[in-house]
Design a protein around this ligand. Structure first.
Ligand SMILES: [Zn+2]
Length: 204
């Protein structure tokens, strides 16, 4: 790998001489009124998902980027951040949920799987075998097997809602929801719901 001669420290918060982590975090918390992280597939046919989820939950999306007095892009009015990954599988989103909570605070994590998804077109064994034969590479231990593809929509949504809920980076106050999205009708169907208030009622 070639090493770059560039230096981008001027653009890094933590590289500034007066850097104070707590103060920077405080400033970040005011830069986005975040409520919801939505996890969905990178399929170009499903770009309507975040807007559909925003309508369902009352979120602002895409919102506007706000410019400060120095002309810099400093904040946003959106209440929803996207995590766009193959199949919308939650395994790839856990770190992003943690960071969103740390910087902005969140109320909801929404996982959306969609009709006619490419992730339903292959099996875990199929992709592992293909990699072995086509590239001489063993990916059998690289990813959690149950998150490699989608075999059954209800099972995959239930799995992903449970995965987000059980992630140490998901605080108890967060609602976790799983939806199915029909790419042709653009309709969302709620499949799994793990609400924070239900959990606190059960716990008390
Ligand atoms: Zn897909």
């Amino acid at each position: 790998m070639n090493k770059s001669a560039h230096n981008f420290d001027a653009y890094s918060f933590s590289k500034q001489p007066d850097y104070n982590e707590a103060e920077v975090r405080q400033a970040f918390s005011k830069a986005a009124p975040l409520k919801t992280v939505v996890v969905y597939c990178y399929d170009p046919r499903v770009t309507g998902i975040p807007k559909a989820v925003a309508n369902e939950l009352g979120d602002v999306f895409p919102g506007d980027v706000l410019i400060d007095e120095n002309g810099n892009k400093a904040a946003t009015t959106t209440t929803m951040f996207e995590v766009i990954v193959a199949g919308g599988r939650a395994t790839d989103a856990l770190r992003s949920v943690t960071v969103a909570q740390h910087l902005f605070g969140i109320e909801n994590v929404v996982v959306v799987h969609h009709s006619h998804c490419g992730a339903t077109s292959f099996t875990a064994d199929g992709i592992i075998d293909a990699y072995k034969h086509e590239h001489g590479l063993d990916i059998s231990e690289s990813y959690p097997r149950e998150s490699v593809c989608i075999g059954d929509y209800v099972a995959s949504l239930e799995h992903d809602v449970r995965l987000v809920r059980e992630s140490p980076g998901t605080p108890a106050h967060v609602n976790v929801l799983g939806y199915f999205y029909d790419i042709d009708t653009e309709q969302l169907t709620k499949v799994v719901e793990d609400l924070a208030e239900v959990r606190s009622a059960v716990a008390s």
